[in-house]
Design a protein around this ligand. Structure first.
Ligand code: G4P
Length: 287
């Protein structure tokens, strides 16, 4: 699923987010563990001012485990509760529950001092499209509670899903728009398939990915496609095409097909667990 954003969509999404966030104590923000910063919208920080905050590093199953740990530390140092997650698995939800309690400890204290006892925490899920918001709500709420269209600005009457006596969750996730005006961010979002490939040609996108992989994960392309990881990125793409019998008439390598295959292999985790940006490194798009 990818989504074309226009200024009107963003304004509507922002307005919807502003309305929803008023209703909650806690914002559970999902990011993609492969690009934890590029898949965030920093505006969430001003929108979520004065709220308890949590970050779920979702799709952690597709990301490099060492980098997951590094990103967890990075966000913890910024004061967030953090959970690494595969939202498709119900098994991670206990950890999320515990993290919610920690994130809301101050709020509960405040309530207690004011004599408010046993008021459930109200929470909402937020994130850019395709980070796994609906999947998470379904797993967490234990039923098909998140069948909300992914369209920004669509607000149904607010429904609260009672998770237990302590937590109520808004059934409609807040949709944030990605910050793809930044080219590096756009590139990473396109790599993971969250924005349309036509921003960059598929072949160019694949060649850029090849360049990143040979630098950061040497050997990974050789292991899957038996290619020499030397020469120009486009030459490696051609070799991928030849080795995978992606050929056009006249036995020319079909780089466009090879590019689509490589991107699909990456997105499906078939190249291995890969993270596309590092905290504090050259690749990080720091906020
Ligand atoms: P959204 O509401 O934020 O837009 O995202 P959504 O839940 O629709 O999830 C987008 C895609 O990401 C779905 O795949 C979903 O299965 C997948 N996904 C969500 N969480 C995880 C995770 O932790 N790990 C992995 N590997 N995948 C995850 P899809 O191909 O669009 O649909 P389908 O395969 O579920 O049919």
């Amino acid at each position: 699923m990818n989504f074309q954003w226009y200024p009107g969509h963003m304004t509507k999404a922002r307005r919807a987010m502003e309305e929803s966030i008023k209703l909650v104590d806690l914002v559970i923000e999902l990011v993609d563990a492969r690009i934890p910063v590029s898949s965030r919208n920093p505006d969430i920080d001003s929108l979520g001012r004065n709220k308890a905050r949590m970050i779920l590093l979702n799709k952690a199953d597709l990301a490099d485990e060492k980098m997951n740990a590094a990103w967890e530390a990075y966000f913890r140092a910024k004061g967030y509760e953090v959970v690494r997650l595969d939202a498709r698995q119900k098994s991670g939800m206990k950890t999320v529950q515990a993290a919610i309690e920690t994130a809301c400890r101050e709020k509960r204290e405040r309530d207690r001092r004011r004599g408010i006892l046993n008021r459930p925490v109200r929470a909402m899920v937020a994130g850019i499209p395709n980070v796994g918001k609906s999947t998470f709500i379904n797993s967490f709420a234990g039923r098909a509670a998140a069948k909300t269209g992914n369209k920004p600005g669509v607000t149904k009457g607010n429904q609260w899903i009672k998770l237990n006596k302590n937590v109520e969750l808004l059934d409609t996730p807040g949709i944030l728009w990605p910050k793809f005006e930044d080219q590096q961010v756009g590139l990473r979002l396109a790599w993971i398939g969250s924005i349309k490939d036509d921003i960059l040609q598929g072949e160019e996108l694949a060649a850029e990915l090849i360049g990143y992989l040979r630098e950061e994960y040497p050997g990974i392309l050789n292991a899957r496609y038996q290619v020499e990881e030397s020469g120009e990125n486009f030459e490696i793409l051609e070799e991928v095409a030849r080795n995978r019998a992606c050929v056009k008439k006249g036995n020319e390598p079909d780089c466009s097909r090879a590019a689509a295959m490589l991107l699909e292999d990456f997105r499906g985790g078939r190249l291995g667990r890969i993270t596309l940006e590092k905290p504090g490194g050259d690749n990080a798009h720091e906020q």
